[in-house]
Design a protein around this ligand. Structure first.
Ligand code: ATP
Ligand code: MG
Length: 216
């Protein structure tokens, strides 16, 4: 068990809430960070734990940067926010990782006094039903889905109606930086375009130092 995942937490209103943001983070960027911060503030989350995926099952065919690089970038990116934490639980696990295993891990680590919120982009919520053990997953945690300001969520609402009615709850937060993506950042590095202001400077320094995302 990763002991630092379970450090002492304060509580404001009696209900203790914990955010979990899973991602490939290849690399982590301000879209992820802004979303987590907006969700943390809106839902009074005691902290948000960023869980770097080890070997994401849905990206099996694609080349993904070494987990340790992705995790270190996540540590660097979260260091300036006292409510953020980076967990290596998924990258330490052997084989494919699934969100359900991670949620179960944190459920066991924190116990039932915590309400867990899994934070995702709206695109990921749409795919929830395709995930392994989705029915069980939505019983174990709520979801916070990031949407663009002014974005019409009716399509998503329709898509998740099944989940909302039958299993759990999906909440929406508007984030201004939803257009930023790791794919775009990797392409920018590869083609020599700037990535400044899309991600923390420390993460850019890490990318440059280890020569990530340049075509070999
Ligand atoms: P890639 O382009 O490689 O798919 P990504 O930018 O989508 O990368 P992921 O690590 O795949 O990043 O995403 C982790 C989580 O963050 C997912 O739930 C995804 O929907 C969400 N997410 C990704 N980009 C943003 C963004 N700009 N704003 C809010 N959420 C985002
Ligand atoms: Mg993605």
């Amino acid at each position: 068990m990763d002991t630092k995942d379970n450090e002492n937490l304060g509580s404001k209103d009696g209900i203790r809430r914990l955010g979990i943001m899973g991602g490939t983070f290849d690399p982590i960027h301000y879209g992820h960070l802004v979303t987590a911060e907006v969700a943390r503030h809106k839902y009074n989350l005691e902290k948000v734990i960023f869980v770097t995926a080890g070997n994401p099952p849905h990206k099996k065919d694609k080349y993904v940067t070494d987990a340790i690089h992705r995790h270190y970038m996540t540590v660097l990116a979260t260091i300036t926010n006292r409510y953020f934490q980076a967990s290596s639980v998924e990258i330490n696990r052997k084989g494919c990782t699934h969100t359900i295993d991670t949620i179960k891990y944190f459920r066991k680590l924190y116990g039932n006094k915590y309400k867990l919120y899994f934070i995702t982009g709206a695109d990921a919520v749409m795919e929830i039903l395709a995930w392994k053990d989705a029915e069980e997953l939505v019983k174990l945690c709520d979801f916070i889905a990031a949407t663009r300001p002014g974005y019409h969520i009716s399509a998503i609402n329709d898509a998740i109606e099944n989940i909302r009615d039958n299993y759990g709850k999906v909440h929406f937060v508007e984030v201004p930086s939803l257009a930023i993506s790791s794919t775009d950042i990797r392409n920018r590095v590869r083609t020599g375009q700037p990535i400044k202001y899309l991600l923390p400077e420390s993460v850019e320094s890490y990318i440059r130092k280890f020569d990530l995302y340049t075509e070999k």
